[in-house]
Design a protein around this ligand. Structure first.
Ligand SMILES: NC(=O)c1ccc[n+]([C@@H]2O[C@H](COP(=O)([O-])OP(=O)(O)OC[C@H]3O[C@@H](n4cnc5c(N)ncnc54)[C@H](O)[C@@H]3O)[C@@H](O)[C@H]2O)c1
Length: 373
């Protein structure tokens, strides 16, 4: 009897595995091929996992150059081993590679970019190659592939707007990038705009505000704070820490992108720019305090270091357009999101220890001194 029970349980688990892998018993939208660039990075890998689990009929193709920021470990094994997943190592600047994927895709989300502000001050040229020229290649392929692509989302960033000139920052905010990263992303953002003015392409631009969550590179602010706290070190802040950002949990962004891809009336969002943020501004020093609070460490475990050149002072998103057009608003509150992120970093020490050597970058300030950020 016991053997029969075990065999039955085994049969059920094999059946569940195949249902998961093949998409059996699925009542969701028709089969689609989803092309994601840069999905071995932070936001793209979180979005891939969210979509892969939610849409068992869909095929996914990831193109990623696997730069220092890309990591195949960011993609779970059950996805990598699935026949619904294809990974291609290559650059978005390569027309031949991109067009061969684009022409067999229905949905495209372009995440790939050089993404770190501090690194863009240290080594700017790759930012313009990848973010600007890569986006031009993506656009060219979208035009050349004709009608195979139904929806194309360009991932821009709130950084293209620079410091808030009016608050909250809506989609009409002037484009005033303040760092080489932001300038490259602004170029990319305007390339997409120009292509939809020139060609009838099914594109829209999403401008996320500051994302945080699992698998964010150790070079970025919140992971840096968390890693410093795990090691019992002081949390280092550029400048006085009064700069504010609008923090958005990366799965909240995934939900917004999902809505944009699946919205019934695409004409409502086609060729629109949409800001995706929480509508709440939190200062950098308050983020550091939140991390210290989680670890029961005193507030004097904060050390202020020289400010980063090209710093954005104030960022806060308008949430109106995302709500009106996508029916989306952020779900995860900051305290809960920070706690989940910290727990992930505590459990994945081997993941971030490997990247620590590239997480600190020499930056030359306007008075000519070089500091490690
Ligand atoms: N992290 C944030 O807070 C934030 C906020 C707003 C917008 N964004 C934008 O979201 C996107 C993803 O950001 P992220 O934080 O996940 O970045 P990330 O640096 O973690 O990941 C970028 C990925 O792109 C890949 N890549 C780099 N150059 C490439 C190339 N030439 N061809 C193909 N792949 C290449 C990298 O290997 C990596 O996997 C970027 O466009 C970024 O500008 C990020």
């Amino acid at each position: 009897m016991q053997i029969l029970k075990i065999m039955f349980a085994l049969f059920l688990s094999i059946q569940t595995y195949y249902a998961h892998a093949q998409g059996a018993c699925y009542n969701g939208p028709a089969k689609k091929t989803v092309f994601l660039t840069g999905a071995a990075g932070f936001i793209g890998s979180n979005f891939l996992k969210y979509m892969f689990d939610k849409y068992p009929e869909y095929q996914f193709i990831v193109l990623d150059a696997l730069t220092y920021a890309g990591n195949l470990d960011n993609i779970p094994d059950y996805i990598k081993n699935s026949n619904r997943f294809e990974f291609i190592q290559g650059s978005v600047t390569n027309y031949r590679i991109v067009s061969s994927i684009m022409c067999r895709s229905n949905y495209v989300v372009h995440f790939a970019a050089e993404s770190h502000v501090t690194r863009s001050i240290f080594d700017d040229s790759t930012f313009f190659e990848t973010d600007v020229m890569g986006t031009q290649v993506m656009m060219r392929c979208l035009v050349d592939c004709g009608k195979s692509v139904e929806r194309y989302i360009h991932i821009s960033t709130s950084e293209v707007c620079g410091t808030a000139e009016s608050q909250p920052m809506d989609e009409e905010h002037p484009i005033k990038p303040r760092s080489p990263y932001a300038a490259a992303k602004a170029g990319a953002d305007r390339i997409v705009y120009a292509y939809w003015c020139t060609y009838d392409i099914p594109a829209l631009i999403i401008r996320p505000f500051n994302n945080y969550g699992p698998r964010q590179h150790a070079e970025k602010m919140l992971p840096r704070f968390i890693i410093q706290a795990i090691k019992g070190k002081k949390l280092t802040i550029h400048g006085n820490g009064e700069q504010t950002r609008d923090w958005i949990y990366t799965l909240d962004l995934a939900r917004a992108l999902d809505k944009a891809l699946h919205m019934r009336e695409f004409s409502k969002i086609k060729n629109q720019v949409i800001h995706v943020g929480s509508g709440i501004a939190t200062s950098v020093v308050d983020m550091a305090r939140a991390v210290l609070k989680y670890f029961s460490m005193p507030d004097d475990y904060i050390e202020f270091i020289t400010d980063r050149p090209g710093q954005v002072e104030t960022h806060i998103s308008s949430t109106e357009k995302a709500h009106d057009l996508l029916g989306w608003k952020s779900d995860v509150n900051l305290e809960q999101g920070i706690a989940e992120t910290i727990e992930w970093y505590i459990e994945h020490r081997h993941w971030w220890e490997r990247m620590e050597t590239v997480a600190h970058i020499p930056v030359t300030t306007q008075n000519g001194t070089t500091v490690i950020h």
